[in-house]
Design a protein around this ligand. Structure first.
Ligand SMILES: *[C@@H]1O[C@H](CO)[C@@H](O)[C@H](O)[C@H]1NC(C)=O
Length: 363
């Protein structure tokens, strides 16, 4: 009997619908389902947003590279929460434009434009000298500035550009500011690294990529791995001081970072359309930085790597103590932080535990 009923009414579909509804309802349901999946995927791509409303009124903050991109978004949110922010940028005019815009949007007048070229050790020292003349404490340092995949070039001091700016410039900056950070304890350092560190390798024989230069998988990835090794080593040195340091992968973000990519115009055009959906907005890209900078529940947490606002385990080469120790000593030498080098005289690669103690004592 059943089979005859179905044969008699061929327009009746599985939902028991007839006529035009037999087309519209399934079509509508499928569209809704696809929209829901796309929406969920988009939520997943954007990652969690920092929702706590805690303010940091009057806290002294430095953010590097913040006239655009996630650095600017970071300053915007910190400004909303009342921070006193020193915007450390390379381009004074663009820095000022961003500063005016953020003051306009937040009504926070405590924003200052400061020049820094992280590719020049002298510029970093000048920035710190001026800052220390103005402030006696530093509550939060965000090492955000970065360059990515540029053709091989050298910093003012003759170091490979990406390693020099992303790692060495921030290495010197952070070290010179440690006393001010300690005075403000509990205080925080946030280091913007990247998942590109997974491709990174610290080549002790060719740190400046003189023999072989690969702009992304070589130099960029190395500089981002160096950010993590720096974070880990610094975190162990800062134990007990109340100063914490964590690093992060901001996610794939549409920003000026990829201005050095060369590709056909049609490809770049297509990429930018598709990327609207598949990359994070700048606001989303700043969320992991913001959580590390702001979340009261992370008080005392240090030496970790975060992505999408969550703590992630590190691959062995990103938590290798020997490499971290070697890189620290080599970086001190390269930026001319000689006092530490002198005090830890017998710096032997295989005897790194000794040199850690010496450095900690010298702090
Ligand atoms: C930086 O800010 C000051 C005000 O604090 C302003 O007078 C100065 O013109 C700004 N610098 C630039 C390069 O615009």
């Amino acid at each position: 009997m059943n089979s005859t009923t179905i044969n008699d009414k061929p327009n009746r579909n599985i939902f028991g619908l007839r006529g035009i509804w037999a087309t519209i309802v399934p079509l509508f349901s499928i569209t809704l389902l696809i929209a829901l999946i796309l929406w969920l995927l988009r939520k997943f791509i954007e990652g969690p947003f920092y929702r706590k409303t805690n303010r940091i009124d009057g806290k002294v903050v430095i953010v590097t590279g913040c006239n655009t991109g996630i650095g600017k978004e970071t300053v915007l949110e910190l400004a909303r929460r009342g921070a006193k922010i020193y915007m450390a940028c390379r381009d004074p005019a663009r820095c000022e434009a961003a500063r005016i815009e953020i003051i306009d949007r937040t009504q926070n007048q405590q924003l200052f434009n400061r020049s820094i070229d992280l590719g020049s050790l002298e510029s970093v020292r000048n920035f710190v000298a001026r800052f220390k003349a103005e402030e006696t404490r530093l509550d939060l340092l965000v090492n955000n500035a970065g360059i990515m995949a540029c053709p091989r070039s050298l910093t003012a001091d003759g170091y490979e550009q990406q390693f020099g700016v992303n790692h060495l410039g921030h290495f010197l900056l952070t070290n010179l500011l440690l006393d001010h950070l300690k005075k403000a304890a509990p205080s925080r350092i946030v280091v913007v690294s990247s998942a590109a560190h997974l491709f990174g390798h610290i080549d002790r024989e060719d740190l400046m990529s003189e023999r072989r230069y690969s702009k992304f998988f070589g130099a960029y990835s190395r500089s981002k791995l160096a950010n993590i090794l720096f974070t880990r080593k610094l975190s162990s040195m800062l134990q007990g001081t109340g100063v914490t340091v964590n690093c992060l992968h901001p996610g794939l973000v549409r920003s000026d970072l990829n201005r050095h990519f060369r590709a056909p115009r049609w490809f770049l055009g297509l990429l930018s359309i598709v990327s609207l959906y598949f990359v994070k907005s700048l606001r989303a890209g700043a969320q992991t930085t913001l959580r590390l900078a702001l979340d009261p529940s992370l008080e005392g947490c240090s030496g970790d790597y975060y992505a999408d606002s969550r703590r992630f385990p590190l691959v062995p080469w990103a938590r290798d103590e020997k490499t971290a120790n070697w890189l620290w000593g080599e970086s001190e030498r390269l930026v001319g932080l000689a006092h530490n080098v002198e005090q830890s005289t017998a710096r032997d690669d295989d005897d790194d535990d000794e040199s850690i103690k010496t450095v900690v004592v010298s702090e």
